[in-house]
Design a protein around this ligand. Structure first.
Ligand code: AMP
Length: 196
């Protein structure tokens, strides 16, 4: 299986690149942010609890997102692989993902990190807020809170994959197509290793 973690702070372009990747590769896109927003839209209890935290720019508890990912992995046992977008966001989530994949005799192939500085992220998220309808994109304080959550809780996940020799960083500022090409080169090298 080809399992890629698309990593980076909020506003780095993970969603945009994921959409392009699923058009190119037969991989299943798993975005915990999208899954949580679906729960909110469906009015489930999980969604209602998550919304309170999401509206404050705070991460939801590890158990909640790990449980959602576990369900999705079980529903898609025969998939060619997955693109994980916005997950794992803590080292605990990364460790749990490793053991869930191990139960299915597979593993993360590599992490691709999109690097974008905080000023650019803030600008992009506030611009997205004008059209996305996402409550957490609407004001600068909330956007900065999300970046702060990323810096304290999520950034260490990069080291987790670097220790496994799976970390690749890409400059996330530039033309969408050029960034996409760089991502594809990394994925293709993993796909070649799989087929060798
Ligand atoms: P995103 O769409 O990835 O920007 O996520 C939006 C919000 O959903 C985040 O600010 C968190 O509150 C929550 N969220 C999404 N993914 C996770 C995750 N893996 N762990 C914890 N919270 C998450």
């Amino acid at each position: 299986m080809l399992n890629i973690v698309l990593f980076g702070p909020p506003g780095a372009g993970k969603g945009t690149q994921s959409q392009k990747l699923i058009d190119t590769y037969s991989l299943i896109h798993l975005s915990t942010g999208d899954l949580l927003r679906s729960e909110i839209a469906a009015g489930t209890e999980l969604g209602l609890r998550a919304k309170t935290l999401m509206d404050q720019g705070i991460l939801v508890p590890d158990e909640v997102v790990i449980g959602m990912i576990d369900t999705k992995l079980k529903e898609n046992r025969n998939a060619a692989g997955f693109i994980f977008d916005g997950f794992p966001r803590t080292v605990k989530q990364a460790e749990s993902l490793d053991s869930l994949l191990d139960q299915n005799n597979t593993a993360i192939s590599g992490m691709i990190a999109l690097e974008v500085n905080e000023e650019e992220l803030t600008k992009r998220l506030l611009l997205r807020g004008q059209t996305s309808g996402r409550p957490d994109d609407q004001n600068e304080e909330l956007v900065r809170k999300r970046v702060q959550e990323y810096n304290t809780k999520t950034a260490p996940v990069a080291g987790y994959y670097a220790n496994q020799g799976k970390y690749h960083a890409i400059n996330g500022i530039g033309e969408i197509e050029e960034i996409f090409t760089e991502i594809c080169e990394i994925i293709d090298s993993y796909a070649t290793q799989l087929n060798a």
